[in-house]
Design a protein around this ligand. Sequence first.
Ligand code: AMP
Length: 191
Amino acid sequence: MLNLVLFGPPGAGKGTQSANIISKYGLIHIATGDLLRSEISAGTDLGIKAATLMKEGLLVPDEVVIGMINSKFAENKDAKGFVFDGFPRTVEQAKALDTLLEANGVPISGVIALEVSETILIERILERGKTSGRPDDQEKSLVEKRVVEYRSKTEPVANYYDKQGKLARLNGIGDIDEIFDSIAASINSFA
Ligand code: AMP
């Protein structure tokens, strides 16, 4: 299995590059933000609770997203591998992912961190907000809050993987195809 984590702040291009990765490598895409938005659309209890936090730019509790990941993994055990996008967002989540994958003998192959300056992130998300329909993409103060949440809770996850020798930091600014070329080069070095 090729198991990749696509890591980075909101607006780093994780969604765009995940689409490129899954089409080139035939992997399953697991994006916790998308899974949560499906729960919201379906009006489930989980969705109703998550919506309040998401609208405030805050992370939903670890046990909620870890539960979603466990079931997605169980549904796709025959997959060639996975791209985890927007997960893990805390060190607790990273540990839970390691536990799940190691129990199945299919550890993380590598982690690609897309690096983008804060000013560009905020511009990109507000631009995306014009068409994404996402309430959390619309307001500058809310977008800034998501970035703050990222810096305090999610950025330490990069260190967690760096200590395992699994982290590749890549420039996430510029031409989408060129960024993808550097991602593919990293993936080939993990495989
Ligand atoms: P995203 O689509 O990845 O930008 O996620 C949108 C929102 O969903 C985030 O701002 C969080 O509120 C929530 N969310 C998505 N993934 C996670 C996660 N792994 N842990 C906690 N909250 C998450």
